[in-house]
Design a protein around this ligand. Structure first.
Ligand code: UT7
Length: 332
């Protein structure tokens, strides 16, 4: 039997119109454009301002653009996975809501919560369904409305995050293009350093939890930074060694966009020139599950069939991982 690989065959994206600049942020918390640019590398981020709208508002727009650009009918989709840490509701899954709004009626859908590694884990999961031969058209969405859990009184987290969504279509490939390999890891010891304290079953929302600002992101920046630098670099280098790929062979590193210094350290450990690294952190900040597909979206016109990409992430959990894939098509 012919070997099936799971190839990305299209990308759609949605970014809210509102731009929150560093200068505007400096009117909300005690910070400066210079501090944010030198310590994180973010110039501005997008914020979803539509009243009463959440992550699915962005996700469905990314999916609709994807369906249109790939000439795919909603009814053809077999599976939709949404990676997010900011679901519309605790339940049902945001994937169910996106699929309903996109009129996807003949598929099953579920969410994956793996912090900033969510899209990578979802892509890995989705690719196994495609490789099985049973599922022919699978959508993976990475979407987060981080502004819904950012404390705009906390200067250590508020500069980092932004809102955005992107989606990819995965289809079977019989020529060896697509996902070649995946290395995924987690260590729950990291859960204390980056989490949301209240709102779950341990501490349901209460007047006290709201007063204590426990529904916002809690992050201890330095341990997260140290883990991110070492784990993202280690797992990317491990992937290179496993497949005997040199820095010359790699067309692009597609890194999670959390901090420019983490991206640079990872690229240096891999021996990559800066032009081989996808970067859009300056425009969107850290959109959590959105960062990887938004990078692919921004660079889609530069990608050619056969290009070798290493995707690499680190996030809450802790979770981290790397995917090696061969790009399956020339610019459309
Ligand atoms: O995607 C999920 C994974 N998350 C990450 O990868 C985030 C990882 N962590 C980081 O990126 C960095 O740790 C931060 C960007 C969060 C912080 O950068 P840092 O270089 O680790 O700064 P720091 O926490 O060590 O703080 C250095 C100084 C402190 O002042 P003192 O004590 O030296 O006087 C902070 O109070 O910078 C101060 N500071 C700020 N100053 C101006 C912290 N935040 C700000 C701010 N503006 N926004």
């Amino acid at each position: 039997m012919q070997k099936i690989t799971a190839a990305i065959t299209g990308i759609g994206a949605y970014l809210p119109e509102y731009i929150l600049t560093n200068d505007e942020l400096a009117t909300m918390v005690d910070t400066t454009n210079e501090w944010i640019m030198t310590r994180i590398g973010i110039n501005e981020r997008r914020i979803l301002k539509e009243p009463g709208e959440g992550t699915s508002f962005m996700g469905v727009r990314a999916v609709n653009q994807l369906l249109e650009s790939t000439d795919t009918k909603a009814d053809e989709i077999d599976l939709l996975i949404c990676a997010t840490v900011t679901p519309d509701h605790i339940f049902p899954a945001t994937a169910n809501i996106i699929a309903d709004k996109a009129n996807i009626r003949h598929a099953f859908h579920f969410d994956i919560n793996a912090g900033c590694s969510g899209f990578l884990y979802a892509l890995a999961t989705a690719s196994r369904f495609v490789e099985s031969g049973q599922y022919k058209k699978v959508i993976v969405v990475g979407a987060d409305k981080m502004s819904s859990i950012v404390d705009y009184k906390d200067r250590s987290t508020s500069p980092i995050f932004g809102d955005g969504a992107a989606a990819v279509l995965l289809e079977p490939n019989y020529e060896g293009y697509g996902v070649v390999d995946m290395l995924l890891q987690s260590d729950g010891v990291g859960r204390h350093h980056l989490h949301q304290k209240a709102g779950g079953s341990v501490k349901p929302p209460s007047i006290e939890s709201i007063a204590a600002r426990e529904h916002f992101i809690y992050q201890e920046g330095q341990p997260v930074f140290k883990w991110a630098v070492s784990k993202m670099a280690d797992i990317s280098v491990e992937m290179m060694k496993k497949h005997n790929i040199t820095s010359e062979d790699i067309t692009y590193l597609v890194p999670h966009q959390a901090n420019m210094r983490i991206i640079t350290a990872t690229a240096e450990r891999m021996g990559l020139d800066p032009e081989k690294v996808m970067i859009n952190i300056q425009k969107y900040g850290n959109t959590t599950a959105g960062t990887l597909p938004l990078c692919l979206y921004d660079y889609k016109d530069k990608l050619k069939k056969g290009d070798k990409l290493i995707l690499s992430t680190f996030g809450a959990g802790f979770t981290w991982g790397s995917i090696y894939l061969k790009w399956a098509y020339d610019p459309k």
